[in-house]
Each structure stands twice: as C-alpha cells, then as structure tokens.
Design a protein around this ligand. Structure first.
Ligand SMILES: [Cu+2]
Length: 220
C-alpha cells in the first residue's frame, strides 16, 4: 500500500527531470568524464603541433648556410658607397654566401674569382658579413699563387684585416677593415681562419694606379 502510494506520489509529481536522468546514469557520467578530456587533449595537442615552428638544430644550420635570395645579395657588380669618414670608400663582401666550396667562399665564389677594386691612395672601409655557420675573417696580403694556411703576420696595409683574423668573426656578425690602399698592385684577400684560404677561401684586391678607377666588388 505504501509502495503503491509512493509510486502514485512520484507519478503525480510529473515526469522525471532530464537532470535527474543524466546524473543517475553512472555509465554516461564515466564515459563523459573520460571522453571529454581525451577529446580536449587531442585537439590541444594537434593545435600545438601545428602552431610550433620547426626549430630543429639541423634546420637552423641549413638556413645559416643556404644562399639568401638574390635581392639580398650585395655581391656581384656592387658599387662602392660613401664610407663613414669623408672620402672613404665603403665596400662589403659576404663570407660563406651559399654552400659553394662547402661555404668557404666570398660572395659565393672561391679561388680568386671575387675581385675587389679600389684606386691607389683611397681610404677603404671593407666590411665582411659572415653568413656562415663558422667564424671567418678578411686579411689583405701580398699576392701569391698559393695562399697561406692561415693569417700570419701583419696585413699588406696597416689595418687591412678584420679583428683577430685567425680566430675570425662569429657567424651572423660582421667586421670592418679600415685601411689606406697605399701601393698599386694585386693582393690576396684571404680568410685568415686556419685552412680556409688554402681550401680556396680567397679573392683578389686590385689596387689600381689610376685614381679614376671605379671602386667596386665583382665576381669573375
Ligand atoms: Cu673562412
């Protein structure tokens, strides 16, 4: 009787609310408790993977040695610009531009194919930009058929080298050699880091006896 009354009372209270049905179903609750966070973590993980740039050391090393876009080249056929000081001729060469000769190149060429020309007596600011993954340097030395193993002794003109040419300038950095091209003639423009010049990392500096000679950087 009591049961029947109770049943009548419940039925009389109207239909069971959806909330009660929901919270009474233990299987549904467990399923949601597992599936909802799982789905959330999967979506979060995929978004993280998609939004993370590729910073693997290999990719960074590759980017450091790869040739920049042609528009970024200050290299072939470059004309001199006015330097910081009055009457100074400013020129730039790029060490390790691309992977020609394993990166041991200036402006993408090795073995004397880069020719820097200045007029005798001009004050030169020769900047080296190191785009390589290892240190490089610049030093002007008297011409020789075979370049030296490393920078040894003073440069051909006072100041005609980047700081500490044997240790070199760090990757991504640049350094400027300031000198007066006193004596006309042909000179070697070497990377003074041991082994580099001998492996072909050298260009030519032509100091023209003609004061009218147009300063510039050319690739032969
Ligand atoms: Cu070098």
């Amino acid at each position: 009787m009591t049961k029947a009354n109770g049943g009548e009372q419940r039925a009389g209270a109207g239909p069971i609310s959806w909330g009660q049905l929901f919270f009474d179903d233990i299987i549904l609750l467990l399923g949601l408790g597992i599936l909802f966070p799982l789905g959330f973590y999967i979506v979060w993980g995929l978004l993280s993977i998609g939004g993370t740039p590729n910073f693997s050391p290999h990719a960074v090393a590759l980017a450091a040695t790869q040739a920049p876009a042609p528009a970024a080249m200050p290299a072939a056929g470059q004309r001199a610009t006015q330097g910081d000081k009055p009457g100074e001729v400013a020129l730039t060469v790029v060490a390790a531009q691309g992977d020609e000769n394993g990166g041991l190149n200036f402006n993408g060429v090795d073995k004397g194919r880069l020719v820097v020309t200045v007029a005798a007596g001009s004050n030169v600011a020769l900047t080296m930009v190191n785009k390589g993954a290892i240190p490089h340097s610049l030093q002007v030395i008297p011409y020789a058929q075979t370049p030296p193993v490393a920078a040894a002794g003073p440069p051909a003109f006072a100041g005609a080298q980047t700081p500490d040419p044997v240790a070199g300038t760090a990757p991504g950095q640049s350094a400027t050699a300031r000198f007066t091209a006193g004596k006309p003639g042909r000179y070697l423009l070497i990377c003074g880091v041991p082994g580099h010049a001998l492996a072909g990392m050298y260009g030519i500096l032509e100091v023209s006896s003609s004061a009218a000679a147009k300063p510039g950087v050319a690739v032969k």
